[in-house]
Design a protein around this ligand. Structure first.
Ligand SMILES: Nc1ncnc2c1ncn2[C@@H]1O[C@H](COP(=O)(O)OP(=O)(O)OP(=O)(O)O)[C@@H](O)[C@H]1O
Ligand SMILES: [Mg+2]
Length: 374
């Protein structure tokens, strides 16, 4: 666990970081975002003691970090620096083995670790270990930067814009690779980015900074639902409702108990549902071949004719897919509902456009004070 307690830094009369208090639980990722010059890199350098804070201190696992020897502290903290910063005249293997060498590992152990790390970041060890950084692409260099930071298996990682300066597809691949690794490694991570989308994707917690001050620190869900002020709202962007779509999976929003009725007898069964007082629910209809359709009970009450409102249910998604993917599929197919596979012997669910609309609206509506996107 890392705790920043009133940490600040002045450079002469200029205050780069005012007074930052922040707690990052063990095994979690805290993403710091904010405009250029707001003090993100300075904060990282303080945590790694590359610079001394003017005020406050950092606690690692409850202990004031100044009590630790700097070499020990740095061994326990992997640092991916902004713009990668590989040593240009050292090979990839030599770059990665920097910390293990300092820690006095023997050559055999180091060699094994280098290959293991190259594999981990999805670079072929035989092809890459003897190359120099200039012989790699930007994305490959970023992978090596990551491998170097992870070399001595530190419990804490500081990652300063680790996936910046590559094309969006490479960036997405790197993000996904890292998320897969982190699921197993469970390191405590401070991750810096300019990009709010990256923050939402990578962070368990997001800390928004402005001119050396912490404006809001919250989970991505909370931040999107309740931006504290206009600065945060602007930073999140006018498409906050769309970003929310990325955060929730279909099984969190779908109907799980939609009635399933037979197509042959659907008129009767629909009437029974209305008579039994059901309201505002989607109904799944199945024909003799197992083909599925659906309609909305409210709509039936208004329109009166089942033939006019029944529509095919032709898209099936997994419960782990995002509601954004569900929306995309609906738009592509001019549909307004998708079927969500049931896990094992569970009944399938149904996710409707109306359901998504209400869900997102409820989250956005709960925001106090200023409304976003005006
Ligand atoms: N050694 C230094 N001496 C004087 N001023 C500095 C020093 N290091 C940083 N600063 C100033 O402190 C402020 C914060 O810098 P920092 O590098 O932390 O920003 P950042 O949030 O990482 O920005 P970016 O997103 O551009 O990387 C900037 O105004 C910068 O000019
Ligand atoms: Mg920076």
């Amino acid at each position: 666990m890392i705790r920043l307690d009133g940490v600040g830094k002045d450079f002469g009369d200029f205050t780069a970081v005012r007074e930052l208090s922040l707690e990052i639980p063990e095994g979690k990722t805290c993403v710091m975002v904010g405009p250029s010059g707001c003090g993100k890199t300075t904060t990282m350098r303080i945590v790694n003691r590359l610079i001394e804070p003017t005020r406050g201190t950092v606690y690692i696992d409850g202990e004031d970090y100044k009590k630790k020897k700097v070499e020990i502290l740095r061994r326990d903290i992997g640092y991916v620096i902004q713009e990668v910063g590989l040593f240009p005249h050292r090979t990839i293997a030599e770059n990665i083995s920097t910390t293990p060498k300092l820690a006095g590992w023997d050559d055999k152990k180091i060699k094994k670790r280098v290959d293991e790390l190259l594999d981990l970041v999805e670079l072929d060890p035989d092809e890459n270990r003897n190359k120099f950084p200039r012989q790699l692409s930007g994305g490959q260099r970023q992978r090596v930067g990551l491998a170097r930071a992870m070399a001595a298996d530190p419990p804490v990682m500081l990652m300063d814009e680790p996936f910046a300066a590559v094309d969006p597809i490479t960036r997405e691949n790197l993000q996904n690779m890292f998320l897969r690794l982190q699921r197993k490694m469970k390191k405590t991570i401070v991750f810096v980015t300019h990009d709010i989308n990256e923050a939402i994707k990578m962070g368990d917690q997001i800390a928004i900074l402005k001119q050396g001050e912490l404006v809001q620190a919250d989970t991505p869900e909370e931040l999107l639902a309740n931006p504290k002020n206009q600065f945060v709202a602007d930073f999140i962007g006018v498409d906050r409702a769309i970003k929310i779509l990325d955060l929730f999976s279909t099984d969190e929003v779908m109907w799980t108990e939609a009635p399933v009725i037979k197509k042959q007898s659907m008129q009767d069964e629909a009437r029974k549902l209305i008579e039994s007082g059901e309201k505002g629910i989607p109904v799944i209809v199945e024909d003799e071949q197992g083909k599925k359709f659906w309609f909305d009970l409210d709509e039936l009450e208004k329109e009166g004719s089942l033939e006019d409102i029944i529509r095919p249910l032709e898209i099936t998604l997994d419960p782990t897919n995002s509601i954004k993917l569900a929306m995309a599929r609906m738009l592509e197919h001019n549909n307004d509902a998708v079927l969500i596979k049931g896990e094992e012997d569970e009944e399938p669910g149904i996710l409707t456009l109306r359901g998504i609309r209400n869900y997102v609206y409820r989250i956005c509506e709960s925001s106090p004070g200023e409304k976003v996107g005006k």
